[in-house]
Design a protein around this ligand. Structure first.
Ligand SMILES: [Zn+2]
Length: 400
């Protein structure tokens, strides 16, 4: 059993310890000490980082025998060693973790919602509530209550209690552990069984802010940030919102309505554009067909558009084929070059080799069926030449 120094002092970052066991496992040296301030990954809280004799500790886990295993990539002597816990990461975890106790209790007080899961990731923390998504009033009330506990700078006290004593405490969540229990009390607010690291006073948490709520089957995941994370998250969100507001030339608080309005407008415009494309394809097809050169009854229609969507080429080809027997040679130039070749069903000839030749000219590729091929390439400058070549090839096929 390793003596866990963080149980009694989560602010301890420098300590000396005796190496009691070293074992090479894969690429890591697994080190056990007689005592440690390093927190191993458990209870939703990630492990600490830091160093032993100046060598980085890359991972800390609970051993099966009650020991704490420190994983290093360097050798260590079997001696007394000086150890250092990386404080910024530890303190961040203390802020998130203590914030979690308070937020979970706040949900109990505000809406009798129990927390059934906790996760602390690099970006955000989250709790899972055993409920469908709470309404915004509940979220706001819980957040308000949690922050008032922070402002009141209440004491947070960890202590060890006997099973008898534990039974008399109103733990937020019953513990399944047997024997002596570590209990963390947020003064006159929350009592939880927990082995994690916490701040001494709630004021150190800085603030508890819910960022996002996500429905997960019958549970609800509440993502939140505390401490420095909330400052960073506030900055990120404010910068994003300000950018959007600036783009629309509106005040930040008006930006969401403006974005929604814009999205609605885009939807309406797309719908109108689709209708207009159909009319345009109809008119353009008839005009191109009438003016196209013919070999006998068969027209050879060649046309290049600029900056159209691929779907417009398809639409135009459909309309052209409906006009009468023809070969269709269409191209569109934009950032990329697009080619569509088609023929009436009544004509014979395989368009695939023609497409292959065209694609090579525009540095791209394409394919399809003998009667309809499409392709694209990265050289729009050579598109007119490619279309000319395709028109020559289909003329030759008509003459055959
Ligand atoms: Zn805790």
């Amino acid at each position: 059993m390793t003596d866990r120094l963080y149980y009694s002092d989560s602010y301890l970052t420098e300590f000396e310890a005796q190496v009691v066991q070293r074992e090479q496992v894969g690429k890591f040296l697994e080190v056990r000490l007689d005592r440690t301030a390093f927190y191993p990954t458990s209870g939703g809280q990630p492990h600490d980082l830091g160093s032993i004799e100046g060598h980085p500790v890359v991972e800390v886990v609970d051993g099966p025998d009650g020991s704490v295993i420190h994983r290093l990539e360097h050798r260590l002597p079997p001696a007394r060693v000086r150890c250092q816990v990386h404080w910024p990461r530890r303190f961040d975890h203390m802020q998130q973790h203590t914030g979690q106790h308070i937020l979970s209790q706040a949900f109990v007080r505000v809406a009798s919602l129990a927390t059934v899961g906790f996760h602390l990731s690099a970006e955000y923390s989250s709790i899972d509530l055993e409920a469908a998504e709470p309404d915004p009033d509940v979220l706001r009330s819980a957040e308000d209550l949690a922050n008032s506990i922070v402002y009141q700078n209440r004491s947070v006290i960890p202590r060890l209690v006997s099973p008898d004593e534990a039974a008399k405490l109103h733990l937020r969540k019953p513990s399944r552990r047997e024997g002596t229990l570590r209990v963390v009390t947020v003064e006159d607010f929350d009592v939880s069984a927990c082995g994690g690291t916490h701040v001494r006073q709630t004021g150190e948490i800085g603030g508890i802010f819910i960022n996002r709520v996500e429905r997960l089957n019958r549970r609800t995941r509440v993502e939140f940030v505390c401490g420095r994370r909330s400052l960073h998250s506030h900055r990120r969100h404010t910068e994003g919102l300000n950018r959007i507001a600036k783009g629309f030339s509106v005040a930040p608080q008006d930006a969401p309505d403006r974005v929604e309005k814009q999205a609605q407008e885009v939807k309406t415009i797309r719908k109108r554009l689709k209708t207009k494309d159909q009319w345009l394809a109809e008119l353009l097809a008839q005009d191109l067909f009438d003016r196209a050169p013919s070999i006998g009854e068969v027209r050879i229609v060649k046309h290049q558009t600029e900056g159209e969507e691929r779907s417009f080429l398809t639409l135009l080809a459909q309309r052209l084929l409906a006009c009468g027997p023809c070969w269709v040679v269409l191209g569109n130039s934009g950032e990329q070059a697009q080619v569509l070749l088609a023929r009436s069903e009544s004509l014979a000839g395989d368009l695939r080799p023609v497409m292959k030749e065209c694609s090579l000219m525009i540095s791209g590729r394409g394919g399809g069926s003998p009667a309809l091929v499409q392709g694209g390439g990265s050289d729009p400058g050579r598109l007119p030449n490619a279309l000319d070549r395709a028109a020559e090839r289909v003329s030759a096929m008509t003459n055959d």
